[in-house]
Design a protein around this ligand. Structure first.
Ligand SMILES: C[S@@+](CC[C@H](N)C(=O)[O-])C[C@H]1O[C@@H](n2cnc3c(N)ncnc32)[C@H](O)[C@@H]1O
Length: 215
């Protein structure tokens, strides 16, 4: 696999689209009561930072060594025993996974209690095309129905689904992946009314799922 992510670490640590957001608050509240957590595809480490601040012991994984995770690993093969963590979280990364079903199955396997997922939700073909122009490593944003299927197929019980609009700086979003010139112009056209006054709004889906009826 070509590692395009390792050189992007600083950009993702500083990213306004990643370092804050209501979804982070939600993840922290959904992790309450857990003692240990795994942050899958940690990127700039924002989920891990927030969960540690809330008192959890957190291990981070990412496929890119340059993201400096505790453990370098693809989400599709997590090198941990069954039920190793109370909470397994994965934020704004699943749309890059080659095999999202295998990844969520692995998250379910290594979780002892709950899996928390946040990602950009499917907003139609134009947004998908814009995402791919901006970052060819984009695989797909999934609809809420697709997410429900992925979660249930992994053997989890779907507990909560929340939709959150997420607004951030458009130029910084394009620059993070080096998208410029005609490709950037075309992406902005495809995004249509989601762009206003230099800011882009994409919708996120947040999912809380459990291993059983105790969630
Ligand atoms: C947008 S960043 C992650 C954002 C981060 N979770 C946050 O909340 O700010 C996407 C991350 O997914 C990682 N990644 C991409 N494909 C992966 C895979 N198959 N398994 C694990 N990590 C992967 C990249 O290396 C990158 O660090």
């Amino acid at each position: 696999m070509t590692d395009i992510w390792s050189d992007r670490r600083q950009a993702y640590v500083e990213s306004d689209a990643h370092r804050g957001g209501d979804d982070l608050e939600l993840l922290v509240s959904w992790a309450a009561g857990g003692r240990t957590a795994l942050d899958v595809a940690t990127g700039g480490g924002h989920v891990a930072r927030r969960l540690r601040a809330a008192g959890l012991e957190v291990v981070t994984t990412d496929a890119a060594p340059g993201m400096r995770p505790d453990v370098v690993s693809r989400a599709e093969h997590l090198p941990f025993a069954d039920g190793s963590f109370d909470v397994v979280a994965c934020r704004t990364a699943a749309h890059h996974f080659a095999d999202v079903r295998a990844a969520v199955r692995e998250m379910a396997r290594v979780s002892g209690d709950r899996v928390l997922l946040v990602d950009t939700v499917h907003m139609g073909d134009d947004v998908e095309q814009a995402e791919m122009l901006r970052d060819p490593s984009h695989v797909r944003n999934y609809t809420d129905a697709e997410w429900a299927g992925i979660v249930v197929e992994a053997g989890l019980v779907l507990d909560h689904v929340v939709f959150l609009p997420h607004t951030f700086d458009l130029a910084a979003w394009l620059a993070r992946t080096g998208c410029q010139g005609e490709e950037a112009e075309r992406a902005v056209v495809l995004l249509g009314e989601r762009v206003a006054e230099g800011r882009l709004t994409l919708d996120k889906i947040a999912i809380r799922a459990g291993k059983g009826s105790e969630v």
